[in-house]
Ligand binder design. Structure first.
Ligand code: SF4
Length: 447
């Protein structure tokens, strides 16, 4: 059977589809890179905002148009939120909600005899198509918190963790395939292991001790889950635990935080950030901020804006509040007009651009390990490529390199030399097998 896997939404969605791909490939099925080649298309959807819902519907429609013969299976948060709507979309053969998503590969495998056996020509398809250099590994699902704006906690159910040994095994499989970085994902990552009598620190330590993984990255962590001892992990990791934290703030105003049922004040958040920066050298912090939450007055928004600016985040994901069915905030009075949300989003994005630029400017002259991902043709100089990659502290970097050099999936030390807009440029250093190829200015790496 030829299977196409389409995903939108969070890293968790991507890691789930990766595991389905791995499972199906292990049973002899082919994971194809376009719906046009598939017998079955599995689409993992999102419902975190109304925009995400619309994107989920258009993903289904565009996939059906791309292959009128294919059998469509729709799963994920939007399929869980509105199965009756998804069932009416073109060619949808099966709707699988989040609670039974784990059995997806079994369900699909049972259909194998209904499709023509794969041909020798299929052999050209690698079992799993992957142009990526990092793997997302799901370690946990569900959340017991009840942030008043959040629909995820409704659609993903109670907290449940994957056994530590299973996670270690999956990471060793990725390392065996040459992956250099793994991102741990979950709905509420910080609660990992509570249902198993362990915790996230124990998992991270086990990964560092029982795998050869060069780079481990943590995805979103709720501020209230981080104890001061958590920062010891970075000291122990010998540079393998990436110095980057994504700490959703949501608002910088205490009154708004209370209406959101977030479990910290702005000052408590600021203290956590100060401790983190003190304990983790080179740390960058990114965040999520909602603007236009019900009841958010101009004064409250200004408080939030000024607090956010004072935190100097490397990047801010700005979300205009999206009314989600079934959430407490959806029933709140004083819903904010869309026009006001747009104004506030623009103001918050200006702060993001200013702070992001300042954080990157401060990196100039420093040396960071970069995991190189992809190359683009250099337009102004024949025979050169612009390679792009991410530093350990999650900043995008580019370097100019002769096209004879393949940096893909390599981690090299890079001296950051200058900032072009929001993109850092750097020069590759200390790489003996490269230095004899890289002319001086490539050692200088920048245009
Ligand atoms: S902790 Fe995160 S996933 Fe849980 S309810 Fe709050 S925002 Fe949603």
């Amino acid at each position: 059977m030829r299977v196409y896997l389409g995903t939108i939404g969070c890293r968790l969605n991507y890691s789930e589809m990766e595991r389905v791909a791995r499972d199906l490939a292990g049973r002899g099925h082919y994971i194809v890179s376009s719906p046009a080649e598939a017998d079955v298309c599995v689409l993992n959807t999102c419902a975190v905002t109304t925009t995400a819902e619309a994107k989920s519907r258009s993903l289904v429609r565009s996939t059906a148009r791309a292959n009128p013969r294919a059998r469509l299976v729709v799963t994920g948060c939007y399929a869980t939120l509105a199965p009756e709507v998804v069932e009416t979309l073109p060619q949808v053969h099966l709707v699988v909600n989040n609670y039974v998503k784990e059995q997806l590969a079994d369900v699909l495998h049972a259909w194998a005899d209904e499709f023509p056996p794969t041909q020798a020509s299929d052999a050209q398809h690698p079992l799993i198509e992957s142009t990526r250099t990092r793997a997302f590994v799901k370690v946990q699902d569900g959340c017991h918190n009840r942030c008043t704006f959040c629909i995820v906690t409704i659609l993903r159910g109670e907290e449940r963790s994957r056994p530590l040994d299973t996670v270690i095994q999956e990471i060793n499989d990725w390392v065996a395939e040459g992956y250099r970085e793994v991102v741990l994902t979950g709905v509420h990552l910080g609660s990992y292991g509570r249902d198993l009598g362990t915790d996230l620190s124990t998992l991270v330590r086990a990964i560092l001790q029982r795998t050869q993984l060069p780079r481990l990255r943590l995805s979103s962590l709720e501020p209230w889950d981080i104890a001061p001892t958590f920062f010891d992990l970075w000291k122990e990791s010998d540079g393998r635990l990436c110095p980057h934290l994504h700490l959703p703030l949501q608002s910088g105003c205490d009154a708004t935080l209370r209406r959101m049922a977030r479990r910290y004040t702005a000052q408590e958040y600021a203290r956590l950030v100060a401790t983190a920066r003190e304990r983790v050298p080179g740390l960058t912090i990114t965040t999520d901020v909602i603007v236009g939450f019900p009841g958010e007055t101009d004064i409250e928004f200004q408080q939030s804006l000024h607090f956010v600016e004072s935190m100097e985040f490397a990047h801010i994901h700005v979300f205009p509040y999206s009314r989600r069915p079934g959430t407490a905030a959806a029933r709140m009075k004083a819903q904010i007009p869309e026009s006001v949300k747009r104004e506030r989003s623009a103001a918050m994005r200006e702060v993001d651009a200013r702070c992001g630029h300042a954080v990157r400017q401060r990196q100039i002259g420093s040396i960071r390990p970069v995991l190189w991902e992809r190359a683009e043709q250099e337009t102004t100089r024949t025979g050169w490529l612009v390679w792009s990659g991410l530093t350990d502290n999650y900043l995008r970097v580019q370097a100019l390199v002769p096209e004879s050099v393949n940096l893909r999936n390599r981690i090299t030390p890079v001296r950051l030399t200058r900032l072009d807009g929001n993109v850092l440029w750097g020069e590759i250093i200390h790489e003996p097998d490269l230095l004899h190829i890289l002319p001086d200015h490539s050692r200088a790496g920048s245009r």
